[in-house]
Design a protein around this ligand. Structure first.
Ligand SMILES: Nc1nc2c(c(=O)[nH]1)N[C@H]1C(S)=C(S)[C@@H](COP(=O)(O)OP(=O)(O)OC[C@H]3O[C@@H](n4cnc5c(=O)[nH]c(N)nc54)[C@H](O)[C@@H]3O)O[C@H]1N2
Ligand SMILES: Nc1nc2c(c(=O)[nH]1)N[C@H]1C(S)=C(S)[C@@H](COP(=O)(O)OP(=O)(O)OC[C@H]3O[C@@H](n4cnc5c(=O)[nH]c(N)nc54)[C@H](O)[C@@H]3O)O[C@H]1N2
Ligand code: SF4
Ligand SMILES: [Mo]
Length: 741
């Protein structure tokens, strides 16, 4: 259209990294269209319907543009200065009166999609001075981080399935056709899975629901929720018993194989079939196929993490790949080397940062500096004098995303003070005293720091700002840096210097991967513009593909990325062992503590679990959903009700539920009523309800979402149900009673 410009970016809504071309009427500050960028180096034009949500989000009249303060049941716009001062002084006040332990933070998923958060959120969290840090990690991938750190020496050293080159993909607890990849960044996973099959490869899906992905697979098996660790152990058992174990690249740099063999002895497929529901013959055949495939890989995701044995399952997913000789080789699983990573291979070996302190009520272990969010409510409402009195949330909606959201909502109401960095008044932020809204995603520049390290192919792309933000608004990084300063009586400039200084200290100079450049020289070349760009530039230039601040050298810099507006292809993943390892032994730990110690719990639980015939609840996602927060975009929310309870025909008949009827679902902690869809997609004994709904709560200001309100499935999930090892919440396999409503 005449008068418009087109800006090429990466969609920041999920992990897939799709290139989008955003057509903007700059004069009107209006998004005209969002299209797939055919020239994007990674995605080649693919997008999903959610990309259009970037426009909806931009235009949403409910989205906050200015800070607001809650006054009774109403919200009053206030100036930025007033808002910052109120938040900082109230947080400082609580800390002075009751100590740092009276402060807490909860940070949510969208932080992982913003470079401002990547660089400045750690400074803010440190600045608060509290150990009561919580995040969405402990309702998500924490078990994988714990297993990865124990095995390879860094929490995000997660081996990524090489889907484009594999011949055999075993998927557990993931539905890429709805959710794309997760801990496996790639645009168009649906297309990649279809191509895997077209080239003769095999796709096998293990899921209590015949999901969209299961439907395009060669083979699908129902599994009883929460029992993947037994299935995976039986695969490992079979590999040993039938002499099919080969270590490949791991052979010369691993420890603990004999221990794994011994542990697996207790889990023959004939012993575990009664708990998993998957027959021993099938398990043995799958083990053989995995071993015999030229290149095979096992991929486990949310369904394998948010369960009672989440860490064991996460570890065993990797063991299946390793013991079939497929770790660190093309077509198996590989460790990405992102452009912003240090040029020097391998983190400094250190013990796994785990269980260094514990929560005060239940004594749950800290992991990677955080406590499990399953304990947040009780740390507010049941910790006596040591309780949390003030909370800061940043881009999170724990009332809809963490277990027993009902209790958490009541607990939030009882806080002395709460502040949120967010642009919606939603189920969580309605309890805040002050909300500080950042600009919308299209109004800020970005670089996907977190997920480049989990991508199936090396690439780098800078996303420039597409829409000019309103004059009195603030970028996310500015809010975080400003707050980080003010809670300790400093200013934004001081925080920015500290953050940059810390990166300079490790990225360049003696002992770094770029020793020829001193921190002073690098600092000089980076210029004086404050904010995340300078830090990104430093990381790119000092990184494995960087120009090392040498103008004659053909390497990456932010300037290079700005020129390459469709991104830069940096080549396929390649082997990195053993150099990338950060374990104290310098080897891949096949049988690390504390994981090995947890196997006894699995062994002890088998009989009880097999005899448990209660109905259980699992979750699901939809292509047009995005956790709890895109439901206010009409283009995504419209259409048939998606917040439905899927019930198998057998169960529906037994309970007396017809299509379109309503079911009352009750768990230990709560109950709700949901519309029923009878579907043979469901394994008998299991029902499925998506999370992220329940938008009709009092005080929520989401006018579109309220019309498709649905119910909050996390009113049913139980804060006492955790993976005892990591503390991660159990969100799948929740025992429920169901009756007609
Ligand atoms: N039962 C059940 N529960 C689950 C899951 C499940 O499968 N089943 N999945 C879990 C998983 S994997 C995850 S990741 C969590 C997610 O849990 P959370 O991270 O707590 O919640 P989100 O739904 O992602 O909500 C994001 C919040 O950030 C705000 N927001 C969006 N973009 C920005 C931004 O750029 N800046 C700021 N400041 N705010 C922003 C939104 O308005 C919203 O309030 O949910 C978990 N909960
Ligand atoms: N459209 C869309 N895309 C998203 C998101 C979204 O909300 N919407 N969220 C993003 C986020 S934050 C994440 S973490 C990822 C998650 O990405 P995925 O892990 O692919 O998540 P889901 O699509 O929820 O698929 C989980 C599957 O696990 C199955 N399952 C449940 N319990 C068990 C079990 O015990 N064992 C096994 N084997 N399977 C089980 C469920 O039936 C479901 O089919 O998706 C991301 N992408
Ligand atoms: S799959 Fe959809 S939401 Fe995810 S990055 Fe691509 S376009 Fe965005
Ligand atoms: Mo997630």
């Amino acid at each position: 259209m005449p008068g418009t410009t087109t800006v090429h970016r990466t969609c920041s809504l999920c992990e897939a990294h799709c290139g989008v071309s955003v057509e903007v009427d700059a004069a009107a500050r209006r998004v005209v269209a969002v299209r797939g960028d055919e020239q994007d180096a990674f995605s080649r034009g693919y997008i999903c319907p959610k990309a259009w949500g970037l426009k909806g989000l931009q235009e949403d009249p409910d989205r906050l543009r200015r800070p607001v303060r809650r006054v009774g049941g109403d919200w009053q716009e206030i100036g930025g200065e007033e808002a910052f001062e109120e938040v900082a002084s109230r947080l400082r006040g609580v800390r002075e009166a009751h100590g740092p332990g009276a402060l807490a933070s909860y940070v949510g998923n969208p932080n992982a999609h913003d470079m401002g958060s990547a660089f400045y959120l750690p400074a803010l969290l440190r600045g608060l001075g509290t150990r009561k840090r919580f995040s969405a990690s402990s309702v998500d991938q924490l078990p994988k981080m714990l297993s990865a750190c124990s095995m390879y020496g860094a929490p995000l050293a997660i081996p990524i399935p090489d889907v484009d080159r594999t011949d055999y993909l075993l998927v557990l607890g993931a539905n890429p056709l709805a959710s794309n990849g997760s801990l496996m960044t790639a645009p168009d996973l649906p297309g990649r899975l279809r191509r895997l099959r077209q080239r003769g490869g095999r796709l096998v899906v293990i899921d209590p629901r015949r999901s969209e992905t299961a439907r395009i697979a060669d083979e699908h098996h129902f599994i009883r929720p929460g029992t993947d660790a037994w299935l995976l152990f039986s695969l490992v058992h079979t590999l040993f018993e039938e002499g099919r174990v080969t270590l490949g690249a791991v052979e010369s740099c691993s420890r603990g194989l004999e221990q794994v063999r011994t542990l697996a002895k207790d889990f023959p497929p004939e012993a575990t079939e009664r708990v998993t529901g998957i027959g021993a013959d099938t398990v043995r055949r799958l083990a053989r196929e995995l071993a015999e495939a030229e290149r095979a890989v096992c991929y486990g995701r949310i369904g394998t993490c948010t369960q009672e044995f989440g860490t064991l399952a996460s570890w065993l997913v990797d063991l299946v790949t390793i013991l079939t000789g497929n770790l660190d080789r093309p077509g198996g699983a590989l460790f990405p080397r992102p452009a912003h990573a240090p040029a020097l291979e391998g983190p400094k070996p250190r013990p796994v940062p785990f269980a260094r302190w514990h929560s005060s009520v239940r004594g749950l272990p800290e992991a990677f500096g955080e406590l499990p969010v399953a304990t947040l409510a009780e740390e507010i409402d049941a910790a006596g004098d040591g309780r949390i009195r003030a909370l800061l949330t940043v881009a999170g909606n724990p009332v809809l995303s963490t277990p027993n959201g009902g209790r958490l909502a009541r607990a939030l109401e009882g806080l002395d003070f709460m502040a949120s960095v967010d642009f919606y008044v939603n189920e969580t932020t309605r309890f805040a005293d002050v909300i500080l809204p950042p600009v919308a995603p299209l109004e800020r520049s970005n670089y996907e720091v977190a997920f480049n390290g989990l991508a199936i192919h090396h690439h780098a792309k800078y996303s420039p700002r597409a829409v000019e933000p309103p004059p009195d608004s603030r970028d996310q990084w500015e809010i975080l840096a400003e707050l980080a300063g003010r809670v300790n009586g400093a200013d934004l400039a001081t925080v920015d210097d500290l953050v940059l200084g810390a990166v300079l200290g490790s990225a360049v100079g003696p002992g770094s991967g770029t020793p020829e450049v001193s921190p002073e020289q690098a600092r000089e070349k980076l210029g004086d513009t404050r904010g995340p760009e300078r830090i990104l530039d430093l990381m790119l230039r000092a990184g494995p593909y960087g120009d090392h601040f040498d103008d004659a050298r053909d390497g990456l810099s932010l300037a290079r990325l700005r020129e390459a507006e469709h991104g830069i292809d940096l080549g396929p993943l390649a082997p990195r062992l053993p150099a990338m390892l950060g374990t104290e032994s310098g080897a891949v730990e096949l049988a690390p503590e504390p994981i090995v110690a947890d196997v006894a719990r699995l062994r002890a639980r088998l009989d009880e679990r097999a005899a448990d015939e209660r109905m259980t609840l699992v979750g699901r996602r939809h292509l047009r959903s995005n956790n709890s927060w895109m439901g206010n975009v009409h283009a995504l929310a419209k259409g048939r009700d998606r917040c439905t309870l899927l019930v198998s025909p057998e169960d529906a008949h037994r309970i007396g539920l017809g299509e379109g009827s309503r079911a009352r679902v009750r768990s230990r902690v709560g109950e709700l009523v949901a519309p029923v869809v009878v579907s043979d997609e469901m394994m008998p004994g299991v029902v499925s309800l998506p999370h992220g709904f329940g938008h009709d709560a009092e005080g929520v200001r989401l006018s579109v979402a309220a019309r498709h309100a649905g119910v909050n499935s996390n009113l049913l999930t139980d804060e006492e149900a955790i993976d005892a090892l990591s503390g991660n919440a159990v969100l799948d396999g929740i025992p429920v009673e169901i009756s007609p409503a």
